[in-house]
Write a protein that binds this ligand. Structure first.
Ligand SMILES: C[S@@+](CC[C@H](N)C(=O)[O-])C[C@H]1O[C@@H](n2cnc3c(N)ncnc32)[C@H](O)[C@@H]1O
Length: 204
């Protein structure tokens, strides 16, 4: 079975429990960061990749056109249900971030939250975000990355195979380096970011 199929299957299995599983971290940490991320979003046409169950919907700007994708049918189904409950207008599509169907230079802002920990080929996915982002547009990511503390990083590397197996996420990704290698004119990491959770803003 390919790595992509593995990860899709894992998120399909997790979908019914996903929001409940993350509820405590969401309340304590994540929602504050999501709010910060969305305060930086601008432009007419926004793309969210790896939308999951639609946890970011509550911060979507009312005056923008929103498109969101995910490659797990079950996660996307949860997002569809949330969209219906909240009566939102978000165009949802089943799609792999490594192979986006959108034309070059399509979106003003591209957003992903806690996605590139599980994308099988993260550089390929990030290059796709660069491609579909308009010149002068921005890609904004909220991601957990490998710690800069050597001892903690060693533990994270050790635990990575187990976490990957359980929840389909890698805890040893070096997403900032990957973003920096994609050709953006400017990459900024929010100074309030901690050692592991990073808010990254890249301008094309
Ligand atoms: C940890 S969840 C985060 C979901 C949501 N962004 C959030 O903040 O709650 C990761 C999501 O990314 C999706 N994902 C991972 N790799 C992907 C890929 N290559 N293409 C599209 N979606 C992907 C998974 O299916 C899952 O829904």
């Amino acid at each position: 079975m390919s790595e992509t199929t593995n990860i899709i299957n894992r998120y399909n299995r997790l979908a019914p429990y996903f929001d409940g599983m993350e509820a405590v971290l969401e309340g304590l940490i994540f929602s504050r960061w999501r709010k910060r991320l969305w305060s930086k979003v601008n432009g007419e046409h926004i793309l969210e990749v790896g939308v999951g169950t639609g946890k970011n919907f509550r911060w979507n700007p009312a005056d923008a056109r929103l498109t969101a994708i995910d490659f797990s049918p079950k996660m996307l189904e949860k997002a569809r249900q949330k969209r219906a409950r909240k009566e939102l207008e978000v165009h949802l599509e089943l799609m792999d971030v490594e192979r986006l169907y959108f034309a070059d230079n399509s979106f003003d802002t591209v957003v992903a939250t806690f996605v590139f920990c599980s994308v099988p080929l993260p550089r390929k996915g990030l290059r796709e975000l660069y491609r579909v982002c308009k010149p002068g547009g921005q890609v904004i990511l909220l991601e957990h990355v490998l710690s800069s503390n050597r001892i903690l990083a060693w533990f994270m590397q050790l635990l990575n195979p187990l976490i990957l197996r359980l929840v389909g996420a890698n805890i040893n990704r070096q997403t900032i380096k990957h973003v920096q290698s994609c050709g953006f004119s400017h990459v900024n990491v929010d100074s309030r970011s901690g050692d592991i959770i990073k808010l990254i803003q890249a301008i094309k």
